[in-house]
Design a protein around this ligand. Structure first.
Ligand SMILES: Nc1ncnc2c1ncn2[C@@H]1O[C@H](COP(=O)(O)OP(=O)(O)OP(=O)(O)O)[C@@H](O)[C@H]1O
Ligand SMILES: [Mg+2]
Length: 306
């Protein structure tokens, strides 16, 4: 795959009897990828394995070609916004980020400059000198993101970065993620269960459920792959049945509500079927399923838990 940044190869991870990841093989490429899945899907476990924070039972993960278990330098090329708290609240933002910069390998002479560049980028003003414990939830989230950016990594993994934020805070975080890719070419893996966030800013999607990857690819391709047409026909009951049969036979009838059909066929085929069965086409229009429908369909088709 062109622009591949992360490769996960046949990874399995168990916690006691729970299979958190079940033979997961997937690639992430440059851009913003939404790692989507309901609670317990295995998103955080996958992210932690990519970060080298936990080890898989079997399989390997690679970041820009480096094996995450064998090559510790991987940590320097990834920034990580964890799901849980990671701030030292008694410190102010400058102290905390300086500390994180040093831990992440930034030379001492450059660390303070990096801290202020990142805080400026995130729009944190004089409050940077106040204890983090006095910050709002949105401000704390910004500092969590700042600590992932302070060593100027090439890839940033964010685990549920908009959870718990009000609409304005969520909007700011999404705009920021988009800018990191658009202006700075940082690739982002955005783990979330919020589909609208993914539809807003992601170029690619990896959908997980029950420890497995159920879909992966460019978001555009996924939407295109689901294109269909809505057709409303008129005619005798018998002719309409014949019309329905044509699509049932071709396995391209998605749904039917009385005389309204949703079919996965080309318009020319739809019009031909209408002419052959004697029905009149009263309406013919393109139908685009949202990613949400796709997600729900994919979940319904997943055998996990059956
Ligand atoms: N340290 C652990 N010990 C035991 N079970 C765990 C542990 N970490 C994860 N699990 C289990 O593994 C499965 C996957 O969990 P994971 O946290 O990766 O899911 P997730 O997709 O991130 O979910 P969420 O959206 O709730 O954050 C769940 O069933 C979870 O309970
Ligand atoms: Mg999680």
């Amino acid at each position: 795959m062109t622009g591949e940044i992360v490769k996960v190869n046949d990874i399995t991870k168990r916690f006691g009897h729970v299979v958190a990841l079940d033979h997961v093989t997937v690639s992430f490429c440059e851009g913003i990828t939404g790692l989507l899945g309901p609670n317990g899907a295995g998103k955080t476990t996958l992210v932690k394995i990519i970060m080298g924070i936990i080890l898989p039972d079997s399989g390997e993960a690679y970041v820009l070609g480096n094996n995450v278990e064998r090559d510790p330098e991987v940590r320097a090329i990834i920034g990580y916004v964890p799901e849980q708290d990671c701030l030292i609240e008694e410190m102010n933002a400058v102290e905390f980020l300086y500390h994180m910069a040093i831990i992440s390998g930034v030379p001492r002479k450059d660390a303070m400059e990096r801290v202020h560049i990142v805080l400026h980028y995130l729009g944190v003003g004089d409050e940077r000198y106040r204890a983090i414990s006095t910050y709002s939830a949105g401000m704390k989230q910004k500092i969590k993101i700042a600590q992932a950016l302070v060593h100027d990594p090439q890839i940033i993994i964010m685990d549920e970065p908009t959870t718990g934020l009000d609409p304005q805070g969520r909007e700011e975080v999404l705009a920021l993620i988009y800018d990191l890719w658009k202006s700075y070419r940082k690739s982002i893996i955005l783990s979330t269960h919020l589909l609208p966030d993914v539809e807003r800013i992601c170029s690619h999607v990896v959908m997980m459920s029950g420890g497995r990857v159920i879909e992966a690819g460019p978001i555009e391709g996924m939407l295109r792959g689901l294109d269909g047409y809505v057709v409303r026909v008129g005619g005798s009951g018998e002719d309409v049945e014949k019309f329905a049969e044509v699509f049932r036979d071709k396995n391209s009838l998605i749904s039917r509500d009385d005389n309204v059909f949703v079919v996965r066929s080309e318009p020319s085929d739809i019009l031909r079927a209408a002419a052959e069965t004697g029905v009149q086409v009263r309406y013919l229009g393109r139908r685009r399923e949202s990613l949400e429908e796709k997600f729900v369909c994919a979940l319904a088709g997943d055998e996990y838990g059956d």
